[in-house]
Design a protein around this ligand. Sequence first.
Ligand SMILES: [Zn+2]
Length: 333
Amino acid sequence: MAGMPRGFGDNLTGAEAAPMLRIQQTRIREEEGVRKPMKIGFIGGTGLYSPGSDEHAEQLDVHTPYGDPSERIIHIQRDARDFFFLARHGIGHRILPSEINHRANIFALRKLGVRTIIAFSAVGSLREEIRPGDFVLPDQYLDRTKRSADHTFFGRGIVAHISFAQPICGRLRSYVEKMVRRVCAGQSDRVISGGTYVNIEGPAFSTPAESNFYRLIGCDVIGMTSLAEAKLSREAGICYTAVALVTDYDAWQQAYASDSVEEIVKVLSRKVGLSQRIIQAIMDEPPDQSDCPCRHALDNAIVTDPRSVPEDRLAELQLILPAQFLQPIREKN
Ligand SMILES: [Zn+2]
């Protein structure tokens, strides 16, 4: 953690300390953190491996109970605010969608104090009117992954069921849409508000039969990564929204069924500069950081009696567990 600013909580997982003691220490730091400006995280997808500015940037090695994130996290300070950028597939694009350790990625950002994530990802279009080059801000998801058990911090002795009726933070999405429209103003790039993102496992793209099925059941864009981030962010009390960049029509559009990765990367590379300008605009004029229901998603979601939760799990999850959940344990001790 060379270069890590103080108070970012890298000592949260020391195995030598008693778990109960560590919980109390963490809560104190969390409560202190409420009075500080919230921190904003960006996740870059295919083609987007840096925020486009290296001013005051440092790279952080962050470790989590779930392993290490996809890449070292870039930390930028601007106007006394902290911004973080994580390349979802690693620099050089080394990690398959199904190999991404989403839990480590989201936990690492949360550990750095991030309570707002804006995530960029490449998608295919399932609608004629959603064209390659468009930006889409989805507001619903359909889960076609095969690893959904990995898309939660819970299990192994502690059960929680978050509400996911509104999987994207509406307030954050409205703000990001405004910023994307501002950057795209006067250009040919269109911005589409809302839509259902079907998250497939990959790594192969869909067959035409699959693609037409997703169209039939109301999906608008197709991708391989965003849903897990949205679920884990909600569990971690982080406001999350996705900016999806359409690279191609999916396989339903027969004329595009033979699109190669090379073609898709070509579209993306034209848009990387625009995505980086969006990030810069957000850093210049950050979103409202006042409290949000997303940050309280666990308040009434944990079913397990806190006194029944294994101590090692309490230690792992202490960063995201609500204070009222931990209260009976404090009283017991
Ligand atoms: Zn929110």
